[in-house]
Design a protein around this ligand. Structure first.
Ligand code: ZN
Length: 185
């Protein structure tokens, strides 16, 4: 992945609202493309709010929202997940709509190999604390992370084996729909 550029005062000239605040948060680090998406206003406000909740406690590095996200190397993403991307193939691509984010590092530690790290687990707990109708309903991470947290699909976790395997090196936080969530609790 590319560099993690930390947020700073003045980093969001001409940007308004929540996206501006996030871009000025030191704990929020992102790739140039992810910063570009925030500045362009293509990132879902609920997602921005969820990231704010997380960055109040931890430093995270965001790899991609929409731009620079690839399911298949070298193949530009479209509105649907490619058929070859596990059982989720054919479903709408939440990244394409600015409703999803991939987090690669937490407090400087790569997600890969650190699924049971206390900081990594705390990220899961913080997301769990968001009320169901605002909480992401597409929460996916390494298998060890998901199993240790012990959350359910009713709470927004995606727990399919093949999806867990595809997320060994990043935490994906997304919203399936444009408005509302599937979370039942
Ligand atoms: Zn993702």
């Amino acid at each position: 992945m590319g560099p993690c550029i930390p947020g700073r005062e003045g980093a969001a000239e001409g940007v308004n609202g929540e996206a501006k605040e996030l871009l000025e948060t030191r704990n929020f680090e992102a790739s140039p493309k992810a910063i570009g998406d925030l500045k362009a206003g293509v990132v879902d406000e609920r997602l921005v709010a969820a990231l704010q909740a997380v960055t109040e406690e931890h430093r995270i590095c965001v790899d991609a929202f929409k731009e620079g996200h690839y399911f298949l190397p070298g193949v530009p993403d479209g509105p649907f997940i490619p058929d070859s991307y596990g059982d989720a193939g054919g479903l709408p691509n939440s990244h394409y709509y600015g409703r999803a984010v991939d987090v690669r590092r937490v407090n400087g530690k790569p997600v890969h190999g650190n699924g049971t790290d206390p900081d990594m687990l705390d990220i899961g707990e913080l997301i769990s604390g968001i009320p169901p109708q605002e909480r992401p309903d597409q929460i996916i991470g390494p298998e060890s992370w998901a199993k240790t947290l012990g959350r359910s699909s009713e709470e927004g976790w995606i727990l399919d084996e093949d999806q867990l395997k595809l997320h060994e090196d990043h935490i994906h936080i997304g919203y399936i729909r444009n408005a509302g969530t599937w979370n039942a609790r």
